[in-house]
Ligand binder design. Structure first.
Ligand code: GLN
Length: 306
């Protein structure tokens, strides 16, 4: 029986209201600090293209680390499994912007979803495309079926001006020979990808290909092979919410990717993609109310991958 998604989303929106104020809006990127914590949106897109939505689901926000799934997809499209010579596939158990593990592991980042791994992926994408920013934006617009998706230059500038830790990571990786492009280019592209602004509706549409064996429902393109889509879902489950991934899998039970803009997008293979946005974060940098909303979603619908 198909769950009543609309009723479930509206119930969740009401239930999480008391949680919205409990987290902390990210302020290490100053531009993100001014986003109102009261926002909450959630959207579901099912495999047949039906959209269900509640709250501020059509409002664009900074997708931040959610973009790492898109750049990973582009890197796999261009160099396939060769990517895994330069990035690992293990959960890090450390904060997303941690430096310590890199030294011990000689500049080979644990996975593509911590910042160090995403910088290496950005390096691969830069090396594979003549105009990577324009190509990333055009690609995301197609996959999300929304030609109106934009980047936010203010967010990118704000992060660039304060991105000392990412600069440290990039320099460190370079010292081990695992970056090929100029460091400023890699950082510039990374801050650009993080500055893409999308709504929950865009993200639910834009991640449906991962529920759909790598096929884009909107363009008919094969974005990834079914095997590659399966593997990205596995990485999202084990690494998509950083050092909270175990707890997230325990409570929510589906592959997901979060960002410090407060968005989380999740996938139930063969069924749907679901995106949620609430700007205040928990101590691990994942949306606090967003995580609770997804836990309620899998509980109320009875859907999970387990
Ligand atoms: N741009 C952010 C950073 O590098 C992305 C982190 C995140 O969303 N977890 O710190």
């Amino acid at each position: 029986m198909t769950p009543d998604y609309q009723t479930i989303l509206d119930e969740i929106r009401d239930e999480v209201q008391p949680l919205l104020a409990q987290g902390q809006v990210a302020d290490y990127i100053p531009r993100l600090a001014c986003v109102p914590w009261q926002k909450f949106g959630m959207a579901v897109v099912t495999l047949d293209g039906q959209l269900y939505r509640t709250g501020d689901a059509d409002e664009a926000f900074s997708i931040q680390s959610i973009s790492k799934v898109y750049t990973l997809t582009l890197a796999l499209q261009s160099i396939g499994d060769k990517l895994w010579r330069r990035v690992g596939r293990e959960p890090s158990g450390n904060a997303f912007n941690s430096l310590v593990q890199l030294e011990l592991e000689h500049g080979l980042p644990r996975n593509p979803f911590i910042n160090a791994g995403a910088l290496v992926v950005a390096d691969v994408v830069l090396g594979a495309m003549p105009d990577p920013r324009a190509q990333l934006l055009a690609t995301v617009r197609r996959w999300a079926d929304n030609p109106g998706v934009q980047d936010d230059p203010e967010v990118a500038r704000s992060e660039q001006a304060n991105g000392f830790r990412n600069a440290a990571l990039a320099n460190f990786i370079r010292s081990f020979g695992n970056l090929e492009q100029a460091i400023d280019e890699v950082l510039g592209f990374y801050f650009y990808q993080c500055s893409l602004a999308m709504s929950c509706e865009d993200l639910a549409r834009g991640f449906l290909f991962l529920a759909n064996r790598g096929y884009c429902r909107w363009t008919g393109d094969r974005i990834l092979s079914p095997d590659q889509a399966k593997r990205i879902n596995a990485l999202m489950l084990t690494c998509g919410t950083y050092d909270a991934a175990g707890d997230f899998a325990y409570h929510v039970g589906i592959p997901a990717k979060s960002g410090v803009g407060g968005g989380i997008v999740a996938v139930i293979p063969e069924r749907l993609a679901v995106a949620v946005w609430s700007p205040a974060l928990n101590a691990k940098g994942n949306s606090l109310a967003g995580s609770a909303a997804l836990e309620r979603f899998t509980t109320k619908t009875g859907l999970s991958i387990f």
